[in-house]
Design a protein around this ligand. Structure first.
Ligand SMILES: C[S@@+](CC[C@H](N)C(=O)[O-])C[C@H]1O[C@@H](n2cnc3c(N)ncnc32)[C@H](O)[C@@H]1O
Length: 239
């Protein structure tokens, strides 16, 4: 287990991820917003946050901001949307995408230590959303714990992630998925021999979704896009 953990941590250094998404921000933005099935998934993920007008929602690892308009739609003009990401160039795109809204804030910072002080002193956090992010964190279950602590009682934490399909038509879908993961995994500066990054990604995603199910008092689970994208929403207990 320790060797697995150190392997996972070794291959996803934050500086590798920032360099990768910084370099490919423009291309990633097109994939993130135009891939068939993904806009519908984003709308569904925003709906799973169960927001009401005037609520506050934080998106961890918001990337180029593809979810932010859907979240803004849920909280309306009276609410607050905060997107956090540690890669500068993707945030430039997120800011451009949301420039018409004065209640969408895009902040540079670490999703495992979200810099929320002073952004909106009045507001508590009603929901946290993280799409296609937990697979990049050193300890995804730990991050989910922290996000559960961040939201108010009866608030929601929602995760969406691509992992191997378990459907009957899985073999070709998984082959495509494996190719995408290998091509889109930020290269590490450290020497590595492992050749199954899609399996490691699956383990991290499983761990994050499992922790959310443990922490929640009510859970909604769905799969999307040929079974490759898993969506889990968890409602936290009342105080
Ligand atoms: C695959 S992209 C997903 C972006 C967005 N959530 C979406 O659905 O399109 C992963 C994003 O997570 C960000 N990220 C990864 N680890 C992070 C961390 N610890 N703190 C903040 N951002 C992080 C990366 O910079 C990148 O923009």
């Amino acid at each position: 287990m320790d060797s697995l953990r150190s392997t996972l941590e070794a291959r996803m250094e934050p500086e590798d991820a920032q360099a990768f998404y910084g370099r490919w921000a423009r291309l990633y933005d097109v994939i993130a917003r135009r891939t068939p099935g993904i806009p519908a998934l984003r709308r569904r993920a925003a709906a799973a946050c169960q927001l009401e007008s005037g609520d506050t929602v934080v998106e961890m690892g918001c990337g180029t901001g593809a979810n932010l308009p859907y979240l803004r739609e849920q909280v309306g003009p009276e609410g607050t949307v905060i997107g956090i990401d540690f890669t500068g160039p993707v945030l430039t795109r997120a800011r451009a995408l949301t420039s018409e809204y004065d209640n969408v804030h895009v902040v540079r910072g670490d999703a495992t230590r979200p810099p929320l002080e002073g952004i909106d002193d009045e507001a508590s956090v009603d929901a946290v959303l993280a799409t296609f992010v937990v697979g990049m964190l050193a300890d995804p279950a730990d991050a989910v714990d922290d996000w559960c602590e961040l939201v108010d009682p009866e608030g929601h934490v929602v995760l969406a992630n691509a992992a191997r399909s378990e459907a009957w038509y899985a073999p070709p879908v998984n082959a495509v998925f494996r190719a995408i993961v290998v091509l889109s995994t930020p290269p590490t500066t450290k020497l590595r021999y492992e050749n199954e990054p899609h399996l490691q990604l699956d383990e991290k995603i499983d761990a994050a979704h499992a922790r959310l199910r443990e922490r929640a008092v009510a859970v909604a689970d769905e799969t999307h896009v040929f079974g490759v994208v898993r969506l889990t929403g968890g409602r936290l207990e009342a105080s």
